[in-house]
Design a binder for this molecule. Structure first.
Ligand SMILES: C[S@@+](CC[C@H](N)C(=O)[O-])C[C@H]1O[C@@H](n2cnc3c(N)ncnc32)[C@H](O)[C@@H]1O
Ligand code: SF4
Length: 390
């Protein structure tokens, strides 16, 4: 089997800015139009294509922002531009687009489907109009219902984002959100716990930490009752509907991020390299306009690339694989980093295992349910330094 490979396109246009959002996105009327932007992204494909020599693509993901807001033919153009340079897609390629309620109609849907889009991620968050208004979402619950109805009529594979621990949100409201999302045919659910910095307007009147854990636990048990399986800390799917694109991120596969603020991962340097695009719209588009072809990573702007050391690579590997319910496989760990690293991971996990936060059966390290609830604290223990590796 050839190594898996995915492409991410960032589409930074939104109808409005939600109060909690920290992504590189803009109100669509406040930046240059999508036609202008997409032309720069096409240039970027041309300029950087040698960093990921042409190959079939396993997954494409249009994220944002609100990709469904821009004219659908621009989405098609980006898929065609990839194909033009040998990044081919076929029936087994998972092509996902994030859509927001009230931004898709039958006409758009038909254009997506014809281009091979076969997965839809619905940014609906909640069915409570009160909460939607509070966080400055543009749509209401009725529009979400209409969008889900449209997807169902076409018998499509769709995922649903649930936002929880919002100020004043009750557990009953959350349970209702999850049950309606499931009843209406979601094959995949991603619950997100609201994250805002201290002092943010939405940081007041939120459920307390303990209540937040209880909310997460409620979502978990509701979904398991409905035959969903948790495959990653914050992702649940009916069997066979796991997001192949997200799995790439967590299983050490290469991915190419195109567009504003996108991140890429290449394995062409000894321990892998991460590189990224600028988050400022004018600077990103100017860079795409100016740039020449890049034939290897050493030509990449040094402020936008990090070549990983073995210790950094091991740290990343532990963080990402422990996010998955399948856990960190000893066989894969030893194959990539050598047998001595098993001792390091055993040592790093020792106290966590005695506290019941990590389970280890001799073949895989896995977060226990308790470990998942405080995963960031657990991951910290798997931070390695070059001195650790001798
Ligand atoms: C970047 S958004 C893009 C999708 C779409 N524009 C939307 O808002 O639904 C992807 C998901 O991230 C989640 N998200 C964004 N900001 C967040 C925050 N501050 N805390 C928790 N989740 C957040 C939302 O649930 C959203 O569906
Ligand atoms: S619609 Fe999504 S990407 Fe746009 S501002 Fe709201 S949360 Fe952010």
């Amino acid at each position: 089997m050839s190594a898996r490979f995915g492409v991410y396109f960032h589409i930074p246009y939104c109808l409005q800015r939600c109060t909690y959002c920290d992504f590189a996105t803009f109100v669509h009327t406040e930046i240059k139009p999508p036609e202008f932007y997409v032309e720069r992204v096409k240039k970027e494909i041309f300029q950087k294509r040698q960093l990921f020599p042409a190959r079939p693509v396993d997954t494409i993901y249009f994220g944002g922002g609100t990709p469904s807001l821009i004219p659908a033919h621009l989405i098609v153009e980006l898929i065609s531009e990839l194909a033009k340079f040998g990044y081919t897609t076929g029936p087994s390629t998972e092509i996902t687009i994030e859509i927001n309620p009230a931004t898709v109609d039958e006409k758009k849907l038909e254009i997506y489907l014809k281009a091979g889009v076969n997965r839809f991620s619905v940014g609906a968050q909640t069915f409570s109009d009160r909460l939607l208004k509070m966080v400055h979402r543009e749509h209401n619950a009725e529009q979400t219902l209409q969008t889900l109805d449209l997807l169902r009529r076409y018998n499509l594979n769709f995922s649903f984002d649930v936002l929880f621990a919002l100020p004043t949100q009750t557990i009953d409201e959350l349970r209702y959100d999850v049950s309606v999302a499931v009843e209406l045919g979601s094959k995949h659910i991603s619950p997100y716990c609201l994250t805002v910095p201290e002092g943010h307007p939405l940081s007041k009147n939120r459920p307390l930490d303990e209540e937040q854990l209880h909310m997460f636990d409620q979502i978990h048990s509701e979904l398991l009752k409905k035959n969903f399986q948790q495959y990653e800390i914050s992702n649940y799917a009916l069997p066979g509907f796991e997001s192949q694109h997200n799995l790439l991120y967590w299983t050490d596969a290469e991915y190419w991020g195109l567009g504003l603020s996108s991140h890429s991962y290449s394995k062409s340097s000894p321990w892998g390299s991460r590189f990224w695009n600028l988050s400022n719209f004018d600077l990103y588009t100017a860079q795409a306009d100016r740039a020449l072809e890049i034939s290897q990573l050493s030509e990449y702007d040094s402020k936008q690339i990090e070549n990983l050391s073995k210790a950094q690579s091991l740290t990343d590997y532990c963080y990402t694989s422990l996010r998955l319910n399948s856990g960190l496989s000893v066989e894969n760990l030893v194959q990539k980093f050598g047998p001595k690293t098993l001792d390091l991971v055993l040592e790093a996990s020792s106290a966590l295992r005695s506290k019941g936060l990590i389970d280890y059966d001799g073949r895989n390290f896995k977060l226990s349910r308790a470990g998942q609830m405080i995963s960031n604290q657990v991951f910290e223990k798997f931070t390695f330094f070059d001195s650790d590796l001798g």
